[in-house]
Design a protein around this ligand. Structure first.
Ligand code: SD4
Length: 326
């Protein structure tokens, strides 16, 4: 408890300064500190480090997990060097960059976009779907039209590097997704804030050289992401078809509800895929990350090579290799 208290000094100082302006918010932070609840954020792959850094600015000052996850995943979305998310994402077979994203908050509010073109921050469009429409999911041209109506800027997301790779790919036109970060990867992020609330976000350009119109797990609530504020939150990366098949992130959360630690819940979900595929795993990769309401975290993947970034007052933004079944 002493250690927890010490690591909370920064947050406590913040709570104290907040007290004069917003008593109830400050009290909620202090009460949660006393219960040992501390903010934590985790996200998939190495680009999770920069994303967590951004999310932590919000979490460490008493902000909302929802704001933290949106701000966090916007970092790789906006970085043209990250070739699997947002600007500079790898295109489909027709040379079109199509994005999938979803977001979920502590009140089970959800928003999602799929096959969205020309908008860098698909996650913010997903949040706008959640907050400003009577719907939960918009796709394709409808999603684009909605984004433009909300003031998002239309941009060309196909960078010269991604275009050159696509032209090279066209020479053989073979669809062979590789196992790890080399030609696909999603940022999925889940966070617990100082008020004890959970949220999550997931955004990707999906599998490189997919068929035009293909949608993966990442924008599908329950597959690529799920949050239950009483239990925990989970998000997925890897071959979306396999994650959708088992409603992966929802399964992980339900396994945590049954009392499993986040790592065990992720492992059981990966094993479910193995069982369904009857050992025909070839190049399939799937990885899950999860946190529970106490702030415990864990991950598991099918094949070696998946890692995730964790930031909490104790673990100051470290990349952790997920355990793998194979
Ligand atoms: C998809 N799950 O579109 C995403 C891609 C991914 O690591 O995460 N790759 O299927």
């Amino acid at each position: 408890m002493e250690k927890t208290r010490r690591s909370f000094l920064k947050l406590s100082a913040f709570a104290a300064s907040l007290f004069a302006f917003n008593k109830s918010k400050a009290l909620s932070i202090i009460q949660n500190e006393e219960k040992g609840i501390q903010p934590i954020v985790l996200s998939t792959w190495r680009f999770g480090i920069q994303a967590n850094e951004e999310a932590w600015k919000i979490l460490s000052t008493g902000g909302r997990a929802l704001d933290a996850v949106e701000a966090g995943v916007k970092i790789p979305e906006g970085d043209p060097k990250e070739r699997s998310v947002g600007m500079g994402g790898r295109p489909d077979r027709d040379g079109r960059v199509t994005l999938d994203a979803c977001i979920m908050d502590e009140n089970a509010n959800i928003g999602s976009v799929a096959c969205l073109e020309h908008i860098v921050h698909a996650i913010s469009v997903a949040r706008a779907v959640m907050e400003k429409t009577p719907h939960v999911m918009l796709v394709g041209d409808g999603a684009l039209q909605f984004a433009l109506s909300q003031g998002f800027k239309k941009e060309n997301l196909l960078t010269p590097e991604s275009e050159a790779e696509w032209k090279e790919w066209l020479k053989k036109s073979e669809y062979k997704p590789v196992t790890n970060i080399e030609n696909h990867d999603t940022i999925g992020m889940v966070a617990l804030d100082a008020h004890g609330n959970l949220s999550g976000a997931c955004t990707t350009s999906g599998m490189a050289f997919k068929m035009h119109g293909r949608v993966g797990d990442s924008p599908i609530i329950g597959a690529g992401l799920y949050v239950d504020n009483e239990v925990g939150a989970a998000t997925a990366t890897g071959h979306g078809e396999e994650v959708i098949r088992i409603a992966g992130s929802h399964l992980v959360v339900e396994l945590m509800r049954q009392g499993h630690h986040p790592e065990k819940a992720c492992k059981l979900a990966v094993e479910r895929i193995m069982k369904i595929k009857k050992g025909k795993l070839n190049e399939i990769q799937v990885g899950f990350i999860a946190i529970n309401k106490k702030g415990e975290h864990g991950s598991y993947c099918l094949q070696k090579g998946f890692n995730y970034a964790v930031y909490s007052p104790e673990i100051k933004n470290q990349l952790i290799d997920a355990k793998s079944i194979i």
